[in-house]
Design a protein around this ligand. Structure first.
Ligand SMILES: Cc1cc2nc3c(=O)[nH]c(=O)nc-3n(C[C@H](O)[C@H](O)[C@H](O)COP(=O)(O)OP(=O)(O)OC[C@H]3O[C@@H](n4cnc5c(N)ncnc54)[C@H](O)[C@@H]3O)c2cc1C
Length: 392
């Protein structure tokens, strides 16, 4: 919980805690809360986490630009434009809400279609609270149908597999079923966990990115809680990646597990770089480091995971670590949490957009995708350049 205050402003943080503790779970409040947090987290995205432009500001201007790109409402009066948004995370949802609030006249409004493969929007900064039972699923992950009620935004639950740029059609996972015909499309599918091809990592490590990951971790924590109290060995927890999620998990997991009587926990935080929180300010980095030391988390910086193996002891894993000086060491652990390494969703590759070396889609100033007229992108899946390209 401590690290949260670095993410949002203190006011936003306290509001969010207030929201959760008082369990004001009406959808209207969820929307306000979401907007508030997006506002503050966008500041965070500028200064810290992401090199991309702030999500909320981007979403607002992108909403307007995407509308213009398809001729604008006036030019095509009587023929409603369809703006299709793929991915209802922070970028996609906020973009849809911004777009729905543009244009005073009802007839000026485009048809907005939001597609997500999941039924629920997930407020990721509260995923940890859901995991430890400090928040409920409705508070952290309201359904899109509840959240979008009365906004005029059409929600379709589908796993998008392909986009035909010529025909301007979005297809579902089967690659055959047509989900939506569009005039403009906005890509907002975010990132997914990546294990960098480290042998054994995908099989033995637990990611922390989705509701499913959250419930899986919750199950594991309950399993440790139920462990025989005569068990003498301390629980060994290894967290890989000292970005914000990794630091937060390392700080909180040990504390959560120690709630069980007499449980002793050793937590290790493994990080490839020489400094934790590479994109944070010095103040945030130093405060986090001090907190980690205070909580007894052992920091292994300049260290990468080479391989993860099973061990003879059931449920345990052996994590082979390689220091930057080339030396190798191993830790046996009960829980291996993986928070590093994200890759943009596969749809980007399949639809053949221009990407950078990390597979992120390249956009210019207006978030138009390089080389495309009516395709835009927002959020973590983009590599943003501040230049205005010729087509913008
Ligand atoms: C545990 C955790 C805590 C975090 N805490 C903070 C924080 O405190 N502050 C902060 O600023 N950032 C935080 N972040 C990062 C922040 O959540 C991301 O930067 C943000 O979610 C990125 O927004 P996005 O719209 O690009 O992608 P996402 O929010 O990930 O949304 C992508 C959406 O696309 C959908 N999707 C993907 N592929 C498809 C497909 N093929 N078809 C249909 N739908 C698809 C997904 O279901 C998802 O809903 C946290 C992240 C995590 C994992």
């Amino acid at each position: 919980m401590i690290i949260r205050s670095y993410f949002f402003s203190r006011e936003a943080y306290e509001d969010s805690i207030d929201y959760v503790t008082k369990k004001k779970s009406t959808i209207a409040k969820m929307r306000n809360f979401l907007n508030l947090c997006l506002f503050f987290s966008s500041g965070f995205l500028v200064f810290g986490w992401s090199p991309n432009p702030p999500v909320s500001n981007s979403a607002r201007s992108l909403a307007a630009t995407s509308l213009e790109s398809s001729g604008g409402p006036e030019e095509k009066s009587g023929n409603t434009q369809t703006v299709c948004i793929i991915g209802g995370g922070f970028g996609g949802l906020f973009c849809a809400l911004s777009l729905s609030s543009l244009g005073k006249e009802e007839k000026e409004k485009p048809k907005i279609v939001l597609i997500d493969k999941r039924e629920r929007f997930v407020f990721l900064p509260l995923l940890y609270e859901l995991c430890v039972g400090d928040a409920t699923i409705e508070e952290v992950a309201p359904t899109y149908s509840d959240l979008l009620e009365g906004t005029g935004i059409e929600f379709i639950q589908a796993d998008v597999c392909d986009i035909d740029k010529q025909k301007q059609v979005v297809y579902s996972a089967s690659g055959e079923e047509e989900i939506c015909k569009y005039d403009s499309v906005i890509l907002a599918t975010g990132n997914e966990a990546s294990f960098f091809g480290v042998p054994g990592a995908e099989k033995f490590a637990q990611a922390f990115y989705t509701i499913e990951d959250c419930y899986e971790l919750r199950k594991k924590l309950s399993y440790f809680d139920a462990r025989d109290s005569d068990f003498e060995k301390p629980l060994e927890v290894v967290v890989v990646g000292a970005g914000y999620s990794g630091v937060e998990l390392a700080l909180n997991i040990g504390e959560r597990l120690c709630k069980s009587d007499d449980m002793h926990v050793n937590t290790y935080l493994v990080h490839r770089g020489n400094e934790i929180l590479p994109s944070a300010s010095d103040f945030n980095r130093q405060s986090s480091e001090a907190e980690l030391v205070k909580k007894g988390v052992q920091l292994l910086t300049g260290t990468s995971v080479n391989e993860v193996q099973s061990t003879e002891a059931e449920e345990r894993k052996k994590v082979i670590l390689r220091k930057n000086d080339g030396s190798i060491e191993a830790i046996e652990c009960d829980l291996l949490l993986w928070t590093t390494g994200n890759k943009p969703s596969d749809i980007i590759k399949r639809a053949n957009f221009v990407t950078d070396k990390n597979g992120r889609i390249v956009t210019g100033k207006s978030l138009a995708v390089k080389g495309e007229k009516n395709v835009f992108a927002i959020g973590e899946l983009i590599y943003y350049t501040c230049f205005t390209f010729r087509w913008e």
